[in-house]
Design a protein around this ligand. Structure first.
Ligand code: A2P
Length: 413
């Protein structure tokens, strides 16, 4: 048993700025808004944080899981943390306060929740039970990996607004083990308006664990050239434009891999329900390709895909996707701006296919993956709730089970 901390000692929650990839997951997850950020750092407000730990499991890098025993009155403030380039070391507590545990093990134990973590997140914070072991943070800001561009081509119609590229990076002789559903960070060259090196941008892998080309030490990304912000105002995406303009043989600084929960099940006859929009198709392509490469083994479960895009020509990978055998994958395309057709979102198609969705939901070998626009989260959850209720079942019980068993995963932006 650990002695409780004296009142004047705070176990301060900190984020490591050298590992953090600024993906915003922690800020979105925090149920009490203790996490904030500026253009430099993500930080935890010691006045608000209650150590509930809700933000810790979803962090793809583990940068969130840093703690310092501090005299409460000397806790690092938000402004100070925003200016950090690295975490400060441990400080010795004054003798009066040091009766509290200060060793590593004790510090970890003292990080136990002081309040139960509310289940605010819509998805699981654990991987499916049979997921393979993921490696994370093998290459960091301080020691990135240099990859070579071996392919870069557009996967949307040339005459459309959606300029989405399929980019293949090769790692040569260096190990870069990845799993479907993981992401990597790209360090774009140059500095931001404050003269600081650009922070890393995170991209999901579009290729399976054994490479974009099976047996090769390479992987692929699906990158949309950003020319406007969410509100439609002109905005130049630093990293997406950099990546989309790369030529063959260019070198790219890569960190990662990241992610230990949005992973596919590894056991035979596991079913996947994949729900995505636009570039959110990257992990779905990776998982589908993993299944496609082992069709012959007879191990595969069912694949049910809901894929949203403005038009067919703006749907990345439309051609190759439509060539996949119908008995291998059940494809449902939700097109929102196709001339002469009603506007459809992925959640509309989930409702249309209620029977197929329910059948898979009833099977504990089914995992659900949702990736793409943030806005679809609510719509997808509502649709899943509806199809469950139609069968007379209680969605809240099923939803809890899906989260607990690592069978419902969201990655939205
Ligand atoms: P919309 O035509 O209404 O923008 P994008 O091309 O911007 O990446 O979007 C991919 C697809 O996701 C588009 O068809 C877009 O439709 C659709 N979409 C936009 N908002 C939502 C939402 N809240 N739920 C589901 N799909 C959405």
């Amino acid at each position: 048993m650990n002695a409780p901390l004296p009142a004047e000692v705070l176990k301060q929650h900190l984020i490591d700025p050298e590992i953090c990839i600024r993906c915003n997951t922690c800020e979105e997850t925090c149920p009490i808004k203790a996490i904030t950020h500026d253009s430099n750092n993500y930080v935890v407000d010691p006045e608000i944080c209650n150590g509930c730990m809700a933000c810790v499991p979803p962090c793809p890098t583990g940068a969130i899981d840093n703690w310092r025993l501090m005299v409460r009155a000397e806790a690092y403030g938000v402004q100070e943390q925003l200016g950090w380039e690295e975490l400060p070391g441990e400080k010795a507590l004054p003798e009066s306060a040091a009766a509290a545990p200060v060793g590593d093990d004790d510090a970890a134990a003292a990080a136990e929740p002081v309040a139960p973590a509310p289940s605010a997140a819509p998805g699981a914070t654990v991987p499916p039970w049979s997921a393979a072991h993921p490696y994370v943070n093998l290459y960091t800001h301080k020691a990135p990996m240099t990859a070579t561009v071996v392919g870069n081509y557009r996967v949307t119609g040339a005459d459309t607004e959606s300029d989405i590229h399929h980019i293949v990076l090769d790692f040569g002789d260096l190990p870069f083990p990845v799993l479907e559903g993981q992401s990597i960070g790209i360090l774009p060259p140059g500095v931001d308006a404050q003269g600081r090196a650009h922070h890393a941008r995170q991209y999901s892998l579009a290729s399976p664990r054994d490479g974009e080309r099976a047996g090769y030490n390479n992987l692929s990304l699906t990158v949309k050239r950003v020319t406007e912000d969410h509100a439609g105002a002109a905005a130049h995406g630093v990293c997406s434009n950099y990546l989309c303009d790369l030529a063959k043989n260019d070198k790219v600084q890569v960190i990662g891999p990241f992610g230990h929960t949005f992973l596919m099940p590894n056991h035979p006859r596991a079913n996947l329900i994949m729900i995505c929009t636009g570039t959110g198709s990257a992990p779905m392509r990776a998982m589908t390709e993993r299944y496609r490469r082992r069709i012959e083994t007879g191990e595969n479960g069912k694949l049910l895909l809901f894929f949203g895009a403005r038009t067919e020509r703006e749907l990345p990978y439309f051609g190759p996707l439509m060539k996949l055998p119908r008995d291998f994958i059940d494809i449902n395309l939700a097109l929102s701006r196709e001339a002469g057709q009603p506007k459809r979102y992925v959640q509309d198609l989930i409702r249309d296919r209620a029977g197929a969705v329910r059948e898979l939901l009833a099977d504990r070998n089914t995992c659900i993956y949702v990736c793409g626009l943030k806005g679809m989260e609510v719509g997808v959850l509502d649709a899943l709730r509806e199809v469950t209720l139609q069968a007379g079942e209680d969605w809240s019980i099923l939803h809890d089970a899906l989260r607990r068993e690592g069978r419902l995963h969201f990655e939205t932006y």
